[in-house]
Design a protein around this ligand. Structure first.
Ligand code: 2AM
Length: 562
């Protein structure tokens, strides 16, 4: 077993054939690990065909080497509102900056991952694709923009790229090409073939009277052959709320028992069951609106899908679900099967794993915050979180898989100090980190910043943290309960209070980890770190930003944010 973080980020897969073969560089930018897994799989496939492949995260690639690259494949996801993943930031900036070289000899192709429910769908992939062309590169296969369900399109892209690389003189001349399965885990279970994990325990961690409901889930991995490291995530395929499915079926006057085909293999299920477990019904996307318009005579819907109504359709999609759509724009001229065929497949939800495998063999623990809110006149529920909060009982099973995350790993050296910032459910991976450090007897210092609304009801895993403080597996803990005082205190306020000591730890080589809400918390904590460098390191704002960017480049600043 490799120690956490030891996987070399730049691996050269040597071709088995001795003949002079074409060189291909694959660069990936990946936040949750999907793009990385696809890049690694592409590398394996291409090297099997006799190509000489170098794979690297964009972060680990030296941009001044770019001029030497002849064939470049980019696999990149888009994060949040159209921004690159953390490990693509510096390369993205470099290509769009003044120092970007002319790339007249470059052949390239881009595979981009994204989510079509976001306005800036696959934006980062589009940026790279356009920029490489502007710099003089030749596109050897069209950019492919993939939605959440990316397997088929990614495989097709790889086929196309391979075909194009093989056509050119200078490459190996093999013709019939097999695309291998798009997975890299050792177990037979994977994203496309999930393991049904039994629920061992399902507890609400919050006390009575809390505004929050956070479930601690323990699942059994026994017999799966699945393994993971602290920092990895668990993919979970949830089920839709049967009550919501009933409303949908009622609204459409469908027959719940009507058998429909749910996949390319021709598997058949009763409609209600299929809607519960196979399709996404709680999110609308622009492509879905366009497809649905074909089944409806509603002038309003037709108008919404016009290119000049972009802003209006964006506003409509926001916060609405399939039930809203079918209520707003009926009647519908489509059979149940036709209608269902335009829906996206149920996407898995990723949760940062909250346990260590060495501390809890054959188990995986999750920390899941229940999502409930009201919008457009109806109560809405998070699909997976409310399944866990309201319907999932011990003894039942959930389809799961392991999602590796090389961007969030304990330091290789057990003596390296770590600083962990994880308010709310952001605490999850740090429970895994500390369990692992306790289990392996790591001696490095550790410092936790935790925050939530109320001390009495919301201190997640309180007794465990206190035990770890006592036995010194955890060196320091600072907590911020935002609603126990008149004025709100957040984790970053506690960090600022401890500026001096924090900066000292960082100078001693501490790795800083942030997990949790991206938009507000992670952003504010980021700025607080910069402020601390200004105050304690006597740096200008610019220098302080550079210092943090350098830390990120050296993997001493890692984020798992959502
Ligand atoms: P609040 O709900 O009182 O605003 C976990 O959800 C904790 O994170 C809560 O205490 C929450 O406080 C807090 N939180 C909300 N916004 C934050 C921000 N921008 N930075 C840090 N913590 C924040």
């Amino acid at each position: 077993q490799t120690a956490p973080g030891t996987q070399s980020s730049e691996l050269t897969v040597q071709s088995s054939e001795a003949a002079v073969s074409k060189e291909v560089t694959i660069l990936y930018g990946s936040q949750t690990g999907n793009a990385q897994a696809l890049a690694e799989n592409a590398g394996k496939t291409l090297s099997k065909q006799g190509l000489q492949v170098t794979i690297s995260s964009m972060n680990d690639f030296k941009p001044n080497q770019l001029k030497k690259v002849k064939n470049l494949l980019i696999v990149v996801s888009t994060h949040g509102e159209g921004t690159p993943p953390d490990n693509a930031l510096s390369f993205h900036e470099f290509l769009h900056g003044r120092r970007a070289p002319k790339l007249d000899d470059l052949s390239f192709s881009v595979l981009s991952l994204g989510d079509s429910s976001y306005e800036f769908f696959c934006q980062t992939g589009k940026d790279f694709d356009q920029k490489l062309e502007e710099l003089g590169g030749t596109r050897i296969y069209p950019r492919t923009d993939c939605d959440l369900d990316y397997d088929d399109q990614a495989a097709e892209w790889l086929q196309g790229v391979l075909g194009s690389l093989m056509q050119d003189p200078g490459g190996s001349q093999e013709s019939s090409v097999q695309t291998s399965s798009l997975q890299v885990t050792e177990s037979v279970y994977s994203r496309t073939n999930p393991f049904r994990a039994e629920v061992l325990e399902n507890l609400n961690l919050n006390g009575r009277g809390s505004n929050k409901e956070t479930h601690h889930l323990e699942l059994s991995l026994e017999g799966s052959g699945l393994s993971f490291e602290p920092g990895d995530s668990l993919g979970v395929y949830p089920e839709n709320d049967p009550a919501l499915v009933d409303l949908l079926i009622q609204e459409m006057n469908w027959d719940a028992d009507k058998e429909i085909t749910v996949n390319k293999q021709g598997d058949v299920l009763p409609l209600k069951k299929a809607l519960i477990s196979h399709y996404e019904i709680t999110v609308l996307t622009k492509p879905l609106l366009e497809q649905a318009a074909k089944f409806s005579e509603s002038a309003e819907l037709q108008e919404l899908t016009l290119p000049e109504q972009k802003e209006k359709s964006k506003a409509y999609i926001e916060g609405r679900d399939l039930l809203d759509l079918v209520r707003d724009f009926g009647p519908w001229n489509a059979s149940a099967e036709e209608f269902v065929s335009i829906l996206r497949k149920m996407p898995a939800r990723l949760y940062s794993i909250a346990s260590s495998l060495s501390a809890n063999p054959d188990e995986v623990h999750l920390t899941i915050g229940a999502v409930r809110y009201e919008t457009h006149g109806r109560e809405r529920n998070g699909v997976c979180s409310i399944l866990c909060a309201e319907r999932l009982q011990p003894g039942e099973t959930l389809p799961v898989y392991i999602q590796r995350n090389q961007n969030f790993k304990l330091p290789q050296n057990p003596d390296t100090p770590i600083i962990m910032v994880g308010p709310g459910t952001g605490i999850a991976p740090f429970r895994s980190f500390i369990q692992e450090r306790e289990e392996t007897g790591a001696e490095g210092k550790s410092w936790l910043f935790f925050g939530d609304q109320h001390f009495v009801t919301d201190f997640l895993y309180q007794t465990e943290w206190q035990k770890w403080l006592e036995n010194e597996v955890l060196t320091r803990m600072d907590v911020a309960f935002s609603r126990d005082t008149n004025e709100k205190v957040y984790v970053q306020h506690r960090m600022l209070e401890q500026s001096k000591e924090l900066f000292k730890w960082i100078q001693e080589g501490a790795v800083v980890y942030i997990c949790g809400d991206e938009k507000n918390m992670a952003h504010d904590v980021h700025n607080t770190l910069i402020k601390i460098f200004e105050n304690e390191g006597g740096m200008s704002r610019e220098k302080a930003e550079e210092y943090l960017a350098d830390m990120q480049q050296q993997k001493r600043y890692q984020r798992d944010v959502y």
